[in-house]
Design a binder for this molecule. Structure first.
Ligand code: GTR
Length: 421
């Protein structure tokens, strides 16, 4: 038995090493490709003004991304009830109000709820707000003992004390380094966060989370053009927005949707599909987020679709090892956010996410922002590390690894101050 295990480990190690060696990080080995022109319709017409962009080009791009990449939401579902399950005016040493708001959905015999943890600065009547998902539960973003621990499914993580897919007290505050709460509140912004697996557990299973609310009984899977998990998480952010519109202490005209990594892919899609979001931040989002797919640097379409078959819609698999067939690329996802402010951020050591590909997307989205008279990224030369470009399209590459740091938040706050005034 022991011998078999050792043999299998050996085989896996070889296979893993082989798979890694196939990852391209070399600029000279990037396939030749043409960057699709965001200002040319699929049947070749030039887009010369905002009207044609908004009436013709934007809708056809949005439709393409919906049906072929993230997947369409198969119907509509309204919030059934909202309950403030906990509230305190004495949070964060007295400078903030904390609210934990449960959003519930009911349909036939199904129920689902998720809890938004909200901190609002006390000295502001109607606060602008950053909203974003977290990876391991609301209680991981702060040491605050009053934050409720979710009982939703969680990926096991021994160092966070997560076993049998259950979150525990042990992980309270373990991710507080990723959420600069004090800086955010001191700058006059609120912060709202939700545990993403409460909306849809991050696993290849369409019978859980919000998905089954949208299917007739005979159906267990979405159609090839229908949503994967990223679209489901984006949908959840829109439901948060529905709530923010009702909360008298929140300025719903200044909601900035934020996300890191897979959740940074999600924030871009949420910003593209829901124009109520005033600004979008996508931190280290990589493949299927800000990075250009056609470069095929680091993580590729086929890799992401095989490691995470549930993130995108089935139609996206058509482009596995076939990026050249894509009539769009991710700069056009950023362009869908125009003219609203959008911030793309990379990390120097996060090669898997292709920092240059993330930067170039921001650059190639610029002509659409220019149509609106807004400034994007001036040229295709990447800025030096830790030297942000902060226009209506903003970009930085910071030193360090795949992560969210105080440096990132300092830039986001400064830029939000300038853009949303
Ligand atoms: C990686 C994945 C990336 C990124 C990341 C994350 O494993 O390959 O696309 O989304 O996970 O979300 O942390």
């Amino acid at each position: 038995m022991k011998k078999i295990v050792i043999f299998l480990l050996f085989v896996f190690t070889i296979l893993f090493a082989f798979a890694q060696s196939n990852v391209n990080y070399n600029e000279n080995k990037i396939p030749q490709f043409v960057v699709p022109n965001p200002l040319k319709t699929f049947n070749g017409k030039k887009v010369r003004n905002v009207k044609t962009w908004e009436k013709k080009r934007r809708p056809e791009l949005l439709e393409f991304f919906s049906k072929n990449i993230y997947g369409e939401v198969p119907g509509k579902l309204k919030i059934s009830s909202v309950e403030i399950v906990e509230e305190s005016h004495d949070a964060l040493n007295g400078k903030a109000t904390r609210k934990q708001v449960q959003i519930s959905f009911q349909k036939d015999n199904l129920t689902l709820d998720f809890t938004i943890l909200i901190y609002l600065p006390k000295n502001i009547e109607k606060a602008p707000l950053f909203v974003g998902y977290n990876f391991y539960g609301n209680h991981t973003i702060t040491e605050d003992v009053n934050v409720i621990i979710s009982d939703a499914w969680a990926r096991d993580n021994e160092s966070f004390g997560i076993i049998n897919n259950q979150l525990t007290e042990q992980s309270r505050g373990v991710r507080d380094n990723r959420w600069a709460i004090d800086k955010i509140i001191d700058a006059g912004y609120g912060l709202a966060t939700i545990y993403y697996c409460e909306v849809d557990p991050d696993k290849n299973d369409f019978t859980d989370g919000i998905h089954p609310f949208f299917y007739e009984e005979y159906r267990k899977l979405p159609f090839p053009n229908e949503w994967g998990s990223i679209a489901a998480w984006s949908w959840g952010l829109s439901r948060c927005m529905d709530y923010f519109e009702q909360d008298a202490n929140i300025d719903e005209s200044k909601i900035i949707v934020f996300g890191h990594s897979r959740l940074g892919k999600t924030s871009l899609w949420a910003g593209a599909t829901d124009e109520r979001f005033a600004a979008v931040i996508s931190n280290n989002s990589g493949c299927g987020g800000a990075a250009l797919s056609k470069r095929a640097v680091g993580e590729t379409v086929s890799r992401i679709n095989s490691s995470f078959p549930h993130w995108f819609c089935t139609n996206f698999k058509e482009y596995n090892r076939n990026e050249k067939a894509l009539p769009v690329d991710q700069h056009e996802l950023i362009a869908l956010i125009a003219p609203r402010p959008v911030y793309i951020a990379s990390a120097e050591d996060d090669k898997w996410a292709d920092p240059r590909g993330e930067f170039l997307s921001a650059f190639y989205a610029t002509p659409v922002y220019k149509l609106y008279g807004k400034e994007g990224i001036p040229n295709d030369k990447m800025p030096a590390v830790n030297q942000p470009i902060q226009n209506r399209i903003a970009y930085h590459i910071r030193t360090g690894k795949h992560d969210v740091t105080d440096f990132d938040w300092e830039q986001y706050i400064k830029w939000a101050n300038a853009q949303l005034k």
